[in-house]
Design a protein around this ligand. Structure first.
Ligand SMILES: [Zn+2]
Length: 284
C-alpha cells in the first residue's frame, strides 16, 4: 500500500508533469471507485490542473476550485502516460478505475489490481468533505516532538496499531511502521502509554529519519519505479526469514487475519519471539 513517502512522491511527479495542463476528459471505468456524485466528473472537462499535494496517504489533485482526492488503498496506483488514446474508456472489469486525459494527449490512469476493490476517488469543493481526510490526525512528517508524543500517548494500545492509526497521526501504514519501530528498537507490541520519555524521543527521531529518508529516496523517481524503491530501502518489512541488516538475526513475523508485521527479535524484543497464533498452531 502506498504510504506517506510514495504519495508525496506521486504528488511531486504530478506537479512536474501535469500541473498547468487542462483536462480534456475524465473517464470512470470502475463506477464504484468514485464516491461522490456532485459535482460530476464532467465538471473537470476543460479545467486546468493547478496543484498536487497530499493529506496523509490521500493524494489531492487541485483542478481550478475543485479537488480530486484519491485513496489508493492496498493495490491502487497512479500511472502517468505520455500518450493516452482518445477513444473513451469503457466501464469494465480491467484494472483501470479512472482515466484522466490532458489537452496535450498525455494523462494518467488510476489502477487497482486484484479483486478487492478499495480504491476511492472523491471529487469535492473542499477536502474536508472527504470523511477519511476530515478525521486525519496531524501529519507524521511535519509533527514536532511534543505533538507526536501527545498523539501517541492519547491512544492506549500496542505501538504497531497506534502508529498506523490515521486518526492519531496521518501517513504511516504497515510497511513504514515496521521500519520505524525497528529503527527505534522497540517491540511492536509495546503499550503506548507506558513508553518512557526516552523511548518516545527515540521513536520520534526514528519516525522522522525513516520518513525523510524514504521521501528523499522516492521524490524524483517516476511513479513506475517507486514501488521497487520502497522495497529496496526496507530493513525488516516483508523480509521474514532474511537477516536483520543491523544485527544479523533472522527477521520474524506475526500474522493477523489480513496483514502481518515483521520485526527483529534481537534488536526489538530482547531476543524473545512474539506470540503468533498462526505459527503456534502450525508448530503444535
Ligand atoms: Zn536486528
Amino acid at each position: 500500500m502506498p504510504e506517506l513517502p510514495e504519495v508525496e512522491a506521486l504528488a511531486a511527479d504530478l506537479r512536474e508533469r501535469v500541473v498547468g495542463h487542462r483536462i480534456q476528459r475524465v473517464d470512470i471505468a470502475a463506477i464504484s471507485a468514485l464516491k461522490t456524485f456532485d459535482p460530476p466528473p464532467s465538471a473537470l472537462h476543460g479545467q486546468e490542473i493547478t496543484g498536487a499535494s497530499r493529506f496523509g496517504k490521500f493524494l489531492d489533485i487541485q483542478i481550478s476550485d475543485l479537488h480530486l482526492i484519491i485513496h489508493l488503498a492496498r493495490a491502487g496506483w497512479l500511472h502517468y502516460r505520455d500518450s493516452i488514446t482518445a477513444t473513451p474508456l469503457k466501464p469494465g472489469k480491467g484494472p483501470i478505475a479512472l482515466r484522466v486525459r490532458l489537452d496535450d494527449g498525455a494523462g494518467f490512469d488510476l489502477t487497482e489490481q486484484g479483486t478487492q476493490k478499495k480504491l476511492a476517488a472523491y471529487l469535492v469543493r473542499d477536502p474536508k468533505l472527504v470523511p477519511g481526510v476530515a478525521k486525519l490526525g496531524p501529519d507524521a512528517l511535519t509533527s514536532d516532538a511534543a505533538t507526536f508524543a501527545a498523539r501517541i500517548r492519547s491512544r492506549r494500545g500496542q505501538l504497531k496499531g497506534v502508529l498506523t492509526d490515521q486518526e492519531v497521526l496521518a501517513g504511516i501504514g504497515n510497511a513504514y511502521s515496521d521500519e520505524i519501530i525497528h529503527r527505534a528498537r522497540l517491540s511492536p507490541f509495546a503499550i503506548t502509554d507506558r513508553l518512557t520519555d526516552e523511548q518516545m524521543a527515540t521513536l520520534y527521531a526514528a519516525t522522522q529519519e525513516e520518513l525523510h529518508d524514504a521521501v528523499t529516496r522516492s521524490v524524483g523517481q517516476h511513479a513506475a519505479s517507486l514501488k521497487g524503491e520502497k522495497r529496496s530501502g526496507m530493513a525488516v518489512h516483508a523480509r521474514t526469514g532474511l537477516p536483520c541488516p543491523v544485527c544479523g538475526e533472522t527477521i520474524r513475523e506475526v500474522s493477523f487475519a489480513d496483514s502481518s508485521l515483521q520485526y527483529c527479535p534481537r534488536c526489538q524484543t530482547g531476543g524473545k519471539p512474539l506470540a503468533d497464533r498462526r505459527m503456534s498452531k502450525l508448530l503444535r
